[in-house]
Design a protein around this ligand. Structure first.
Ligand code: NDP
Length: 321
């Protein structure tokens, strides 16, 4: 019997894991296995910044396995403005979850890092060996250091107690249940919302920048399967990058084209080249993942975008906008 507790279970990634567990055939590689109970916790089930509330959550469910996704997550703006909050809240959440997992004798914990915790000055492609090899970008150092420390904690728990605590490093994620807020969200949900508003109001759809920068995007439901794989089949303390390959980078223009198609927007569509582009590319290698997982099929980008936009349109009134 195993009890898998997913912290952050109501967010973009947590909802995707719930979807996969509920829709993949039972007993299949990514489906629910006999004897498994999955618990998807949100902040109203217990504030993980609070040690007593975290302990109460763990005492209630007694998880044997933990996928730890809960975090203070934000776009560039939030990260730049509230560095101390991003550092402090994420430090507290991670400390409480790992300590409660240890005290509750959880057999395995997977925590979630991000490719934006890598050093600012680094040789590309990013890989799992480079997370601590230089300071992170100044704009998000609070979030980055809090997340990097999870890897340090995992090694310390393993060193001192033999714990099987590890981590995952996803690239840019998108999908249903994302945060579509126009101010604070990531590029894909922000552009979907903007395009939807342009269609609704009969105004131009204007994309900031040249559209040329390249990024790796992973569909949340593919990432969900990779987390389930990592939970069942991955046995290292060191992190693993969960991403599409470097050869599947796509430009912001390709992203915007796909959104225009999925939204059915037929109005004026332009790029505001007076706005700064971010870094041109910051490729991450998924070689380690591919060498371990064997067969895995990523969802084609346009299909993932169609599913995301369909979800956004159906759930506009309740989505985070
Ligand atoms: P979301 O913002 O969609 O969800 C965050 C989740 O964390 C929600 O379930 C939220 O609960 C929960 N949460 C936040 N604060 C607390 C708290 N104090 N106590 C308990 N629960 C809390 O995040 P994502 O799904 O996008 O991110 C999941 C993980 O992936 C994070 O660790 C993030 O750092 C990482 N990541 C995300 C990327 C992205 O592109 N989105 C890229 C790379 C990594 P509630 O809904 O109740 O508020």
């Amino acid at each position: 019997m195993s009890v898998i507790l997913v912290t952050g279970g109501s967010g973009l990634v947590g909802s995707a894991i719930k979807h996969v567990i509920e829709t993949e055939p039972e007993g299949s590689r990514f489906g629910k296995k006999p004897g498994e109970t999955w618990i998807f916790a949100r902040s109203s089930d217990g504030d993980l910044k609070d040690a007593a509330a975290t302990k109460a959550l763990f005492d209630k469910y007694k998880p044997t396995h933990v996928i730890h996704l809960a975090a203070l997550v934000g776009g560039l703006f939030g990260n730049m403005k509230y560095k101390l909050s991003f550092l402090r809240e994420n430090l507290l959440i991670n400390e409480n979850v790992l300590n409660a997992s240890h005290e509750g004798k959880a057999q395995k914990v997977i925590s979630c890092l991000s490719t934006c915790v890598f050093p600012d000055k680094v040789t590309y492609p990013l890989d799992e060996t480079k997370i601590h090899s230089g300071p992170p970008h100044e704009s998000n150092f609070g979030y980055a250091y809090a997340k990097r420390l999870v890897d340090v904690q995992n090694h310390a728990y393993n060193d001192q107690y033999g714990s099987n605590f590890t981590s995952a490093i996803p690239t840019n994620i998108f999908g249903p249940h994302d945060n579509f807020d126009l101010e604070v969200s990531h590029v894909i949900p922000a552009l979907i919302h903007k395009c939807y508003m342009a269609k609704k109001n009969g105004t131009p759809f204007v994309v900031a920048g040249t559209g040329k920068p390249l990024r790796q995007f992973i569909y949340s439901r593919d990432l969900a399967k990779l987390f389930i794989w990592q939970l069942r089949e991955y046995n290292e303390i060191d992190p693993v990058i969960l991403s599409v390959g470097e050869d599947e980078e796509i430009s912001i223009k390709e992203v915007a084209d796909s959104i225009v198609k999925a939204v059915g927007f037929e109005g004026e569509y332009t790029f505001d080249t007076s706005k700064a582009d971010g870094q041109f590319r910051k490729p991450a290698s998924n070689k380690k993942l591919l060498s371990l997982i064997g067969e895995f099929k990523f969802t084609p980008f346009d299909q993932a975008m169609d599913e995301t936009v369909a979800w956004f349109l159906q759930n506009y009134d309740t989505a985070r906008t």
